[in-house]
Write a protein that binds this ligand. Structure first.
Ligand SMILES: CC(=O)SCCNC(=O)CCNC(=O)[C@H](O)C(C)(C)COP(=O)(O)OP(=O)(O)OC[C@H]1O[C@@H](n2cnc3c(N)ncnc32)[C@H](O)[C@@H]1OP(=O)(O)O
Ligand SMILES: O=CC(=O)O
Ligand SMILES: [Mg+2]
Length: 555
């Protein structure tokens, strides 16, 4: 059966609506698609059920309930068990670089001196068809070891060094559909497409070139409950069976980046105990999730986004409990991402930014984390130095820093209201950053530098939900002594003024050519809607779906 543009050769029940491209056809082979179809058919009901459970939990939180530890799984939390031993290839993960699956960045990241590169289909990628399919082509070339890139503008060639980082791939979250691939008439589940295509084409080479007999390795985002981890575990077992490789070959680190998931860390590790290499503190989505989970709790409003750092009690408690949980179960407790990036044209500001990153990493390694994330190659030497100064030659701290003190942390510690003030500048910055990020995302860039910070889908979500929350409850912005109440009128004025500022900052030409107006419309609607949208990118996704023949959108 032929499908999509000039025609992909597809299995029964599949319709490809994405543009045809010969390079993409090498990824979208009939056999690879059959594997994705098998995953979709086997797991779609489980995924749908898990998404229904998320809705049910939201209903409970919206009626006043608080997330907490589940009494039904106390035996798992209190039981004595460990995850499968960590594969030697990834024992040392002291610094991991992250980035979208863009060709040049993949090469730069693998060459960066980091131990691991997390190639991202999630927060750092705008999931349009070209990005997703090119990303798969790029990853295949990277795993094959043949990836290269010629930068025409600078006449510069890029290729892999002899020593490269180990590759982890982060598929999209369970909630995102892939509207360019219809299976049995419905959009495929985005993460099963990302996982399925990558696994199918790369498992053999990866195990030989990268994993020393293990792998491939993954990062799993945005889960809210261990039932979602159980689906991943079953997907992994299905994949191992298809490939004829040993059970436990595939390994994954789960991001704890939703508030409900912090109460499920043992349960998540337990479900994935044969396939786990730890947990990671996804701090940005975690903050977003705090607002989302407490959207109907006006007594838990956040202060300005810049004030919600890792030293807030609820954030520190979360990272300490994560370290204790992981080390007790014999796996890595990974730290998170500092948002600062190098500032090229201002040495003093650059030094100040690096200093903030170093302090953040020092806090992490001293707390017991086994490694951390860096957003930019320029940060790797400093991050490595901080971890190495404190960990020495040991590959990790799994056996040496147990953090048994964190066993005393309670639900109250994990939910404690963050302290700080709300300001007009906070509202303005949320708006300016949210609109600019969305404009970039709509035109294909999922991670961008804004005001010397890394912005991606997770950080933009904080801007969106914080504005929504402040508007919903008409909070008073008293942090700068203005005492102004946030109303729709005030927000409307702020949006107008910030759009003018954006135009003057980016220049008239770029502003006209870019998608700032569309971004402004989407962002404003999402901030003012009576019912909070679950994800910024779900609504915005409709704007980047281009189906062939054109105009046949199924969403
Ligand atoms: C909340 C979370 O989920 S965090 C994880 C998801 N987010 C991310 O992964 C963000 C990763 N970082 C980035 O995307 C980028 O660093 C940005 C967008 C923040 C800044 O990018 P730029 O403005 O291009 O940075 P800059 O111009 O300083 O780049 C200098 C060089 O470093 C490279 N570079 C920058 N960041 C990265 C990276 N993360 N991986 C690989 N290479 C990178 C650039 O490609 C460029 O290479 P070149 O000199 O060969 O041309
Ligand atoms: O994915 C990481 C985060 O902080 O969010
Ligand atoms: Mg995240």
């Amino acid at each position: 059966m032929k499908s999509g543009g000039r025609g992909y050769d597809v299995p029964e029940g599949v319709d490809i609506r994405g543009r045809y491209d010969e390079e993409f056809a090498n990824i979208l082979t009939k056999d690879a698609l059959q594997f994705v179809v098998d995953l979709q058919r086997e797991f779609r009901n489980h995924v749908n059920y898990a998404m229904e459970c998320r809705k049910e939990a939201k209903r409970r939180y919206n009626q006043g309930a608080l997330p907490g530890f589940d009494p039904a799984t106390r035996n798992i939390r209190e039981g004595v068990w460990t995850c499968a031993p960590v594969p030697p290839a990834v024992a040392d993960r002291r610094v991991e670089i992250t980035g979208p699956v863009e060709r040049k960045m993949i090469i730069n990241a693998l060459n960066s001196g980091a131990k691991v590169f997390m190639a991202d289909f999630e927060d750092a990628l705008s999931p349009n068809w070209e990005n997703l399919m090119r990303g798969q082509v790029n990853l295949k070339d990277a795993v094959d070891g043949t990836i290269s890139f010629h930068d025409k503008a600078r006449n510069r060639d890029y290729k892999l060094n002899d020593q490269i980082a180990k590759l982890f791939v982060r598929p999209r979250g369970w909630h995102l559909p892939e509207a360019h691939i219809l299976i049995d008439g419905e959009p495929a589940t985005g993460c099963l497409v990302d996982f399925g295509l990558y696994f199918y084409h790369n498992y053999a080479k990866f195990r030989q070139n990268q994993g020393a007999g293990f792998g491939p390795f993954f990062y799993l985002p945005k889960m809210e409950h261990s039932r979602e981890a159980k689906i991943w575990n079953n997907v992994f077992e299905r994949a191992e069976k298809m490939a004829g490789i040993e059970r436990g070959s595939i390994r994954a680190t789960v991001l704890i980046e939703t508030l409900p998931a912090v109460f499920q860390m043992d349960e998540i590790l337990y479900e994935l105990r044969d396939h786990s290499v730890g947990l990671n503190c996804g701090r940005w989505d975690y903050i977003f999730s705090y607002v989302k989970t407490f959207q109907a709790h006006p007594d838990r409003l956040l202060p300005d986004r810049v004030q919600v750092g890792m030293t807030q009690h609820f954030m520190r408690s979360y990272s300490e409990l994560l370290i204790r949980t992981c080390h007790r179960r014999g796996v890595h407790a990974m730290g998170g991402m500092a948002a600062q990036i190098p500032i090229r044209d201002d040495p003093a500001a650059n030094e100040a930014a690096l200093d903030l990153v170093r302090k953040d990493k020092l806090r992490e390694v001293k707390a017991g984390h086994d490694g951390t994330w860096a957003a930019h190659p320029g940060l790797i030497p400093d991050c490595v130095e901080v971890f190495t100064n404190n960990m020495g030659n040991a590959p990790n701290q799994i056996q040496t820093v147990k953090r048994e003190d964190a066993a005393a942390l309670t639900e109250e510690d994990l939910l404690q209201r963050p302290r700080g003030v709300r300001t007009m500048e906070g509202l303005r910055l949320n708006t300016r950053v949210g609109i600019q990020y969305l404009a970039a995302w709509l035109t294909g860039s999922g991670s961008v530098p804004l005001y010397n910070l890394m912005e991606d889908a997770a950080t933009a979500e904080i801007s969106r939900v914080q504005n929504w929350q402040w508007l919903k409850y008409g909070v008073e912005l008293d942090g700068d002594g203005l005492g102004v109440k946030v109303t729709k009128d005030l927000f409307g004025r702020v949006v107008e003024e910030e759009m003018t500022r954006i135009e003057s900052e980016v220049g008239k030409e770029k502003f006209k050519k870019g998608m700032y107006k569309e971004a402004c419309k989407i962002f404003t609607r999402q901030c003012t809607t009576p019912t909070l949208d679950d994800f910024l990118t779900l609504d915005a996704y409709n704007y980047i779906v281009i189906q062939h023949p054109q105009g046949s959108s199924n969403l």
